[in-house]
Design a protein around this ligand. Structure first.
Ligand code: ATP
Ligand code: MG
Length: 139
């Protein structure tokens, strides 16, 4: 069953490039309600755990270094069909393959530095949301 929630991060590249406001505008204009949000920075351990499924991939070291190099915005978003609709809104992992008008097409610079994260399943949305927020930070 769908939880109607997904989890996102505005990644360090998009924060550095001044895109927080524009990305949040795209997200809310697409009908997502922000139910939790914080401005924070991942520790090395946080990033290694969060992206643990990619531990064996050749880009893992690069990914962890990137995700910890500066602050991020993390948020839980609510909307009917949230996971799938949010993946459509952000576009393909590689911005070169992302559709026109998607967040990654507009704001990402490369496959590694791709501006935003979006959960890939309801199960992972719940795990990732709980990793970043306690129950009393979700409204
Ligand atoms: P995310 O999980 O961040 O929303 P995604 O689900 O589109 O992205 P994943 O396959 O889960 O893509 O990869 C996680 C992240 O690892 C990517 O968003 C990107 O930052 C990085 N990454 C993936 N593939 C590569 C690659 N070939 N080279 C460098 N970095 C990569
Ligand atoms: Mg992913």
């Amino acid at each position: 069953m769908s939880t109607n929630r997904t989890f996102t991060m505005i990644k360090p590249d998009a924060v550095e490039n001044g895109h927080i406001g524009a990305i949040l505008e795209k997200i809310t204009a697409a009908g997502f309600k922000i139910v939790a949000m914080k401005y924070t920075q991942l520790s090395l351990r946080d990033a290694q755990e969060f992206y643990g499924v990619h531990r064996e991939r050749p880009f893992f070291g690069e990914l962890v270094e990137f995700m910890t190099r500066g602050p991020i915005v993390s948020a839980i978003l609510e909307k009917e069909n949230a996971v799938e609709d949010f993946r459509a809104l952000i576009g393909a992992t590689n911005p070169a393959d992302a559709a026109e008008g998607t967040i990654r097409k507009m704001f990402a610079t490369s496959i590694g530095e791709n501006a935003v994260h979006g959960s890939d399943s309801d199960e992972n949305a719940a795990i990732e949301g709980a990793f970043h927020f306690s129950g009393r930070e979700i409204y």
